[in-house]
Design a protein around this ligand. Structure first.
Ligand SMILES: [Zn+2]
Length: 340
C-alpha cells in the first residue's frame, strides 16, 4: 500500500510533526516490482539518486537549513539500489548503498534537468569557504531537524534500508547469500526461495509522571554527567508496547505505572528502531530504586525544576531530532533547548 504525499506528511498526533516522521514523496510501492517502469526511471537523467554509506549522505548546509545532494543515475556508484518514491512532478528518487560521491572535484548536481523544486531554499556558501565546507557527509542525527519534509523523509527511508542491506546479507534459514528484490525493500534466498524483510526493532520511550505531575528523568549509566532523558527500552517478543512500558519503568526505576497512553512514533534507523512514544502515570508517591546496571540516577522534576536546571545547564536534555525531546516538551508545555 502506498499513501500519497498527504499521507507521507501525516503528523504524529499530540506530538505534532516529528523530525524523522516526515515525507514529501509518494513511496510508490506498486512500482517496486514493475521492472519496465524501474528501468525507464533509471534511464531518465532527471531521476535523483541519494547515495548512502555508513548512515550518511552528502548534505549541503545553508543558513539555518540543509538539503540533500543527489546525483543522476549515470553518476551513481554500484551498490544495492532502492526505490524511495516519486514526487508530485513525477521525478523518481532512488537510494544506493555505495561510496559517497567525491565532492572535491566539482559538486554533484541536485536539479539534474528537471524543474527545480528547491526554490526558496537557503542560500548556500561555496564549498570550502572560510566558515567551513558547505557540502559534506552528514547523518540523520545531525541533519534530521535541518532538512525539509521531503529530504527528511528520503534520508530516513534510505538510511533505514541501507543499514539493513549492509548487515543482512545472508539467509537466516540456510546461510546462502540473498539478493535484493522489490526495489530493495526485501531480499530473497536463491536456494530455498525464502523472502526476508527489513528488520525493525520496536522500542518504547515513555515520560512517567507522579500524582503531582512531576516527570521522571534519568541518566543512563553510559552517559556523561548532567545528560538526562526519559526512560526507554526495546519491546520483547510476546509483549505489547504497553506491557513493555510498564516492565521497563519497573526494571529501571522500581516505579509501578498504571495508565499508559500512546502519544506517537518516529523511525530511528540507527540502526533499525521504531520509537513508540508514551505517557505513563505512576499512582501514589513512590520511592525510586534505580537499576544500577542501566541507570546511574533518576529523579522526579517539577516544570520549574526542569526550567531552572536547563537554564543553569545542570541538566542537558536530548536533541530536538529525538522523540524524547518532543515528549518532554509536550509535558513541559513549551519549547525547551536540546543540548546533547
Ligand atoms: Zn536460504
Amino acid at each position: 500500500m502506498s499513501g500519497g504525499p498527504g499521507a507521507a506528511a501525516a503528523d504524529s498526533g499530540i506530538l505534532g510533526k516529528l523530525p524523522l516522521a516526515r515525507g514529501g514523496v509518494d513511496r510508490a510501492a506498486q512500482r517496486r516490482t514493475d521492472t519496465a517502469w524501474l528501468a525507464a526511471a533509471w534511464a531518465e537523467p532527471g531521476t535523483r539518486v541519494l547515495v548512502v554509506a555508513d548512515g550518511r549522505a552528502l548534505v549541503r548546509f545553508g543558513e539555518g537549513g540543509a538539503e540533500l545532494l543527489f546525483v543522476p543515475p549515470q553518476e551513481a556508484p554500484r551498490g544495492v539500489r532502492f526505490l524511495l518514491g516519486v514526487d508530485a512532478a513525477g521525478v523518481a528518487y532512488f537510494g544506493v548503498l555505495g561510496p559517497l560521491p567525491d565532492t572535491s572535484a566539482g559538486r554533484p548536481d541536485t536539479s539534474a534537468g528537471r524543474p527545480d523544486t528547491s526554490a526558496g531554499r537557503p542560500v548556500v556558501r561555496p564549498a570550502g569557504s572560510a566558515t567551513g565546507p558547505a557540502v559534506r557527509p552528514a547523518s540523520l542525527r545531525e541533519v534530521g531537524q535541518l532538512l525539509d519534509d521531503r529530504d527528511a523523509g528520503l534520508l530516513t527511508h534510505a538510511v533505514a534500508l541501507a543499514n539493513w542491506h549492509a548487515t543482512s546479507t545472508h539467509c537466516s534459514r540456510c546461510g546462502a547469500l540473498t539478493e535484493p528484490v522489490s526495489s530493495g525493500h526485501s531480499r530473497r534466498c536463491p536456494v530455498d526461495g525464502s523472502e526476508h524483510f527489513p528488520r525493525l526493532d520496536p522500542a518504547v520511550i515513555m515520560l512517567v509522571t507522579d500524582p503531582a505531575d512531576r516527570c521522571l528523568l534519568a541518566r543512563n549509566s553510559s552517559w556523561p554527567e548532567r545528560r538526562v532523558s526519559i526512560l526507554a527500552g526495546f519491546v520483547e517478543p510476546g509483549e505489547s508496547a504497553e506491557q513493555a512500558v510498564a516492565r521497563e519503568v519497573l526494571e529501571e526505576t522500581g516505579i509501578s505505572v498504571g495508565q499508559v497512553r500512546y502519544l506517537g512514533s518516529q523511525p530511528w534507523p540507527m540502526p533499525h528502531s521504531l520509537m513508540l512514544g508514551f505517557r505513563a502515570l505512576a499512582p501514589g508517591s513512590q520511592q525510586i530504586q534505580v537499576d544500577a546496571d542501566e541507570i546511574a540516577e533518576a529523579s522526579w522534576f517539577s516544570r520549574e525544576e526542569v526550567r531552572a536546571s536547563v537554564a543553569s545547564a545542570s541538566l542537558l536534555l536530548p536533541p530536538p531530532v529525538s522523540i524524547a525531546h518532543r515528549i518532554i516538551e509536550s509535558w513541559y508545555g513549551q519549547e525547551l533547548p536540546g543540548s546533547w
